[in-house]
Design a protein around this ligand. Structure first.
Ligand SMILES: [Zn+2]
Length: 55
């Protein structure tokens, strides 16, 4: 089983399904997951569709 893992901080969810508070973003055909904390901290960057890793 592959647990849902945050693409930014590497935090793993309790299950293989991301919690509702997590954000799923598809970029360049890849499905990325952000935990609730990273979502809050990076929501503007994520919504801005910035490809840069320099947050
Ligand atoms: Zn995270």
């Amino acid at each position: 089983m592959t647990r849902a893992t945050c693409s930014l901080c590497g935090q793993q969810a309790e299950t293989d399904v991301a919690p509702l508070t997590w954000l799923t973003s598809v970029e360049d055909g890849r499905s990325l997951l952000y935990c609730d904390r990273c979502t809050r901290e990076n929501v503007r960057s994520i919504e801005g569709k910035l490809d840069s890793v320099h947050w």
